[in-house]
Design a protein around this ligand. Structure first.
Ligand SMILES: Nc1ncnc2c1ncn2[C@@H]1O[C@H](COP(=O)(O)OP(=O)(O)OP(=O)(O)O)[C@@H](O)[C@H]1O
Length: 278
């Protein structure tokens, strides 16, 4: 049930993916393409295999069948040097930010730099970390703090700073707004949008957050029945006769998220009219 036309300029291509754990078939013949420059939301019920899909794409999970290409490199058969080269081109925010608790924020940001560029001087490492920390909207004095001293939203921002350490082209985000209050979540959505604009990122975003889907995703991929059953804009998905999609987007939470976006658009329109009248 692919809704949008396929495009050739894909950063990620997944074809015929299967993942099986014992008796449990998670994916069977799953296809997905992620286009350069888009924010693709990935949704699906709990346990449908969103995180397993992400792990298959980044090479942390060896699938039972299928092809996965990232930056045109076949992840399953790539040599270690090829994988190293593409790992430099992506950044990952795992669920819960996954910061090293014994390292400061600045040291966390420096982890990928030390791994991929072991000859960087301490001064350069400090400068890059300070730059990334400010880039994600953390206060300048956040660098020497430990994760335990940060709020949930700040931890996520620190995780993003680390994911951006190597100036990636592609960002993987696994439930980035989970656990944030609605205001913190909206601010985080805005940060992702800003970063995409400023850095030209492509974003693979796993989320349950309907507000996030409405606010920042160009397209949404729906996981159900062991595969991606549909990919498209939210209006395209709403036009489909699929029970889970209808329930998810048209349920009370889905409608509230839709209304919030409509209200925001109306406010922006009024503001634009106001400034045109001045
Ligand atoms: N290494 C593994 N070994 C065995 N089973 C696994 C493994 N990894 C994941 N699973 C199982 O695969 C299924 C899908 O897991 P996954 O974490 O991808 O779901 P999800 O869609 O991300 O869920 P949620 O929305 O709750 O985070 C789950 O039933 C999980 O228990």
């Amino acid at each position: 049930m692919a809704v949008s036309d396929p495009q050739s300029d894909n950063i990620i291509e997944v074809h015929g993916l299967s993942n099986v754990f014992g008796e449990q078939v998670i994916h069977e013949g799953l296809d997905l393409e992620v286009r350069r420059g888009e924010i693709l939301g990935v949704v699906g019920g709990s346990g449908t295999g969103k995180s397993v899909l992400m792990r298959s794409i980044i090479g942390l999970q060896t699938p039972d069948a299928g092809d996965v290409r990232v930056f045109d490199v076949p992840v399953r058969s790539a040599k270690e040097a090829q994988m190293q080269a593409i790992r430099k081109r992506w950044g990952i925010l795992f669920q819960g930010a996954a910061l090293f608790s014994t390292l400061t924020v600045a040291e966390n940001v420096q982890v990928p730099l030390r791994e991929f560029y072991p000859r960087l001087s301490d001064r350069m490492l400090d400068e890059i970390a300070a730059y990334k920390i400010v880039m994600v909207g953390l206060p300048g004095d956040a660098g020497p703090k430990y994760p335990a001293e940060l709020s949930g939203g700040m931890k996520k921002r620190a995780g993003i700073a680390r994911a951006l350490a190597l100036d990636p082209e592609l960002l993987f985000l696994d439930e980035p707004t989970a656990g944030l209050d609605p205001i913190g979540a909206a601010a985080f959505d805005q940060l992702i949008l800003d970063l995409r604009e400023r850095l030209g990122l492509t974003v693979f975003l796993i989320t349950h957050d309907l507000d996030t889907l409405h606010a920042i995703c160009d397209r949404v991929a729906v996981l159900a029945d062991r595969k991606v059953v549909a990919v498209g804009t939210i209006p395209e998905l709403l036009a489909l006769d699929h029970a889970w999609i209808q329930e998810y987007f048209r349920g009370p939470r889905g409608r509230a998220a839709e209304e919030a976006v409509e209200a925001e658009e109306a406010r922006n329109e009024l503001a634009a009219q106001g400034s045109a009248d001045d």
